[in-house]
Design a protein around this ligand. Structure first.
Ligand code: ADP
Ligand code: C5P
Ligand code: MG
Length: 255
């Protein structure tokens, strides 16, 4: 783990005072701190520049509050991206993949990219403030009142930070249910060139999905928000069911 480390990065992101400091404020602070602290502040500054403005910023919370959000969750390789593409194409619904947004952030060359990449390669979940910030920013840039979010939440922290930062919950959780060995086989053959699509990391991702999602799913099940879809089937069969769920729930019937 480089410089700050996963625990440090998490602590840093959770330190709202630093995370939400303005650019000018950070510049001022840089002149007064020790070099180790300076690195932390530079990292926080980079995070702030690439993620959303403070949720308290005028308009930010309101813009997010207008949307009906559908979370699509399931183990790695369960087919989330494939099915979200189809829904997005047929119903003109914007779809944001949490994993894709994180990979784009790393590819942008931000200061904390190495740390984030290390977390991903260990199959762990990155600090929720970063992911929620990326999602808020993406949502603020679309005028659609309905959005699909793929790969979020991944753990209880993701869920609670979403609640506190965005201020409202999702409309529905689509859970893609697929056996581990099927997911593993699919990912071994995926040709996206992802560094985390190696057997060792895939196994860790699957284990983390099982253990960390259990309380999240319990919570959403307890409030009746989960719809489970068996995704150990051909793409077209899954999509036929999903399309029908989507129509019933989100496409208004004509009078
Ligand atoms: P996720 O986003 O859940 O990780 P993807 O949609 O990227 O999963 O799918 C993982 C891999 O499996 C991709 O190579 C994709 O083409 C393939 N795939 C997706 N759905 C199916 C399916 N129903 N049957 C067989 N292969 C699939
Ligand atoms: O969903 P996807 O497979 O693209 O996610 C890739 C990786 O991105 C995850 O294994 C995890 O390390 C990271 N991620 C995260 N938090 C999320 C979604 C993805 O940390 N909510
Ligand atoms: Mg995906």
């Amino acid at each position: 783990m480089s410089l700050v480390g996963e625990a440090g990065l998490r602590q840093l992101c959770q330190s709202r005072q630093i995370f939400r400091c303005s650019h000018t404020c950070l510049k001022g602070l840089l002149g007064q701190v020790r070099s180790s602290d300076r690195h932390r502040i530079v990292t926080a500054q980079a995070l702030q520049m690439v993620t959303a403005p403070s949720p308290e910023a005028p308009g930010q919370r309101e813009a997010a509050a207008k949307k009906r959000v559908v979370f699509v969750v399931g183990g790695p390789g369960s087919g989330k991206g494939t099915q979200c593409d189809l829904i997005s194409r047929d119903f003109s619904v914007p779809f944001f993949s949490a994993g894709e947004l994180i990979r784009s952030l790393i590819a942008s060359g931000c200061a904390e990219g190495k740390q984030l990449q290390d977390i991903i390669l260990q199959g762990h979940i990155i600090p929720s403030e970063v992911t929620v910030g990326l999602l808020q920013k993406a949502m603020a840039e679309t005028s659609s009142d309905t959005v699909l979010i793929d790969g979020f939440p991944r753990n209880t922290e993701n869920r609670t930070v979403w609640q506190s930062q965005v201020g409202y919950d999702c409309e529905m959780v689509l859970l893609f249910d697929c056996p581990e060995e099927v997911m593993l086989q699919r990912l071994k053959h995926r040709r996206d060139g992802r560094a985390d699509d190696n057997e060792d990391t895939i196994r860790k991702r699957v284990q983390n999905f099982k253990s960390q999602m259990a309380p999240v799913l319990d919570y959403y099940q307890s409030i009746g928000k989960v719809t489970t879809i068996n995704t150990d089937r051909p793409v077209e069969d899954i999509y036929s069911e999903l399309n029908s769920i989507w129509r019933q729930r989100f496409v208004p019937t004509s009078p």
